[in-house]
Design a protein around this ligand. Structure first.
Ligand code: ACO
Length: 428
């Protein structure tokens, strides 16, 4: 393989270096392009061909359906690790020893409270407010209660900021739900594991003894692991770009939450269930919705199908599909919406339109079904995704700051008016 790529513009040739990653991915390094060509830029809306950084966190091969965190396959991690171990792995680069994991958990627990005044902010939201908006706002508000700037060259200060957000975020997520559900806000129970404590904070009723089926905790743990990182997706790129201005960790994550909210990204899990419900109400007429999805005049898309990167299958969807069947079987749930999902999946996988465009069910097609079976309300599906993605956002923000990446500032090709004279208001 040659070490450069040659670019020719107006008969003039430019040599641009090639970079090869550890998995042999090749990129043309265009860092010097504008300088050597006298201002030529590249254009790539949606960044379909553009690498924004070099990263050692997550490897993803969309053609072969491979997803690895720090070199470990998602299949193995989902089977053998728990969410906190995976969080540690993503953030610090290695699986923790038992002592490291215990310390990490205990430091997180020491931060698993938020200032009581945060409740006043929450009070100001209407009850019907979408929890993603509430969560983004409360995460950003954490800065007001923790105003110290983090010195990113200090491992200790970085660590403190990380355990702070890992401790407080589940509380805020659960509170966003409790506010909607009209339940009193509480702080859970630090004698429980991270995920079980989160479940308690979500569902504990003040007048009931709390208990939960371990299968439910395990299913949530697995879902969080599967969502924990996905390299430079929309919300992660947002976190990196906001952080690249040296905005702090909490506000960068708050911006990531907003990016995740959209139905083309994390909001798809909610959109899937809403779509399946709509089909159910429409006499289960999946054919009608398949036709709508294929009709170019109709903006409707089959939610939970297709992925920017995975063009054969989504490895997370494979794991989740099995988990969904297990959860539904063991909880004895017979959900008509699930039967519609199965029918839709079969039709789409055999349909030429979907086959030609390599559109397969993605992680969100099944995650919504499991969340629903676990009793998680539909508006909380995307906040659950955010809780899972938190370690990935932290890891990516930390990497970006420690690699001292420059501020993110893309170029454009201007297509507006050329210079013109100002017209007085009466002449317009
Ligand atoms: N239903 C119907 N047609 C679709 C769908 C879909 N879900 N997804 C893509 N297509 C079609 C497009 O219309 C386009 O057709 P064309 O070539 O005839 O114009 C072709 O497939 C390629 O689609 P793009 O939008 O160019 O693909 P892109 O990679 O930009 O988009 C995306 C990926 C956003 C995920 C898209 O497939 C989609 O909107 N899916 C539904 C929403 C969803 O499930 N999002 C969750 C993604 S996973 C996650 O964020 C965790």
């Amino acid at each position: 393989m040659s070490e450069t790529a040659t670019l020719e513009i107006d008969g003039k040739k430019y040599e641009l270096p090639l970079i090869t990653g550890t998995e042999n991915e090749i990129a043309i390094d265009i860092k010097t392009l504008r300088g050597v060509t006298g201002g030529v830029t590249t254009i790539d809306p949606g960044y379909k061909n553009t690498g924004s950084c070099e990263s050692a966190i997550t490897f993803l091969n969309g053609e072969e359906g491979i997803l690895r965190y720090r070199g470990y396959s998602i299949e193995e991690l989902a089977e053998k690790a728990d969410f906190l171990e995976v969080a540690y792995l993503l953030i610090f680069g290695e699986l923790p020893t038992a002592a490291e994991l215990e310390k990490f958990h205990s430091d997180i627990k020491a931060e698993s409270h938020v200032d009581e005044d945060v409740k006043k902010i929450l009070d100001g939201f209407p009850k019907a407010a979408h929890p993603m908006g509430v969560l983004s706002c409360l995460t950003s508000a954490l800065v007001a209660f923790n105003p110290n700037t983090v010195n990113v060259d200090s491992e200790e200060e970085m660590y403190r900021a990380i355990v702070k957000i890992m401790g407080k975020f589940p509380v805020l997520t659960a509170w966003a739900h409790r506010k909607r559900a009209g339940l009193p806000l509480d702080y859970g129970d630090n004698s429980l594991g991270y995920v079980e404590n989160f479940h308690k904070m979500m569902f504990h009723r003040p007048n009931d003894e709390y208990s939960v089926d371990k299968k439910i905790v395990n299913a949530i743990d697995k879902l969080l692991i599967l969502h924990a990182d996905h390299e430079q997706n929309c919300s992660t790129s947002t976190v990196r770009i906001v952080g690249s201005s040296h905005a702090g960790l909490f506000v960068s994550i708050s911006a990531g939450i907003s990016a995740l909210w959209g139905p083309l990204h994390g909001g798809a899990n909610q959109a899937v269930i809403e779509m399946l419900e709509a089909i159910k109400e429409d006499d289960g007429d999946t054919k009608k919705y398949m036709a709508k999805a294929k009709d170019k005049e109709d903006p409707f898309r089959l939610m939970g199908f297709g992925h920017r990167v995975y063009k054969n299958f989504d490895p997370r969807a494979k794991i989740i599909k099995v988990a969904a069947d297990d959860v539904l079987d063991s909880l004895g749930i017979d959900d008509p919406v699930l039967n519609i999902a199965k029918g839709l999946e079969k039709e789409a996988l055999e349909d030429q339109y979907f086959v030609d465009r390599k559109l397969y069910p993605n992680v969100d097609f099944y995650s919504g079904i499991i969340y629903r079976a676990l009793g998680i309300p539909v508006e909380m599906f995307t906040p659950m995704f955010a809780l899972g993605r938190l370690p990935g956002w932290i890891a990516q923000w930390k990497e970006m700051r420690q690699r001292k990446e420059p501020i993110g500032r893309p170029r454009q090709v201007y297509i507006g008016e050329t210079q013109r004279a100002f017209k007085q208001i009466g002449d317009r």
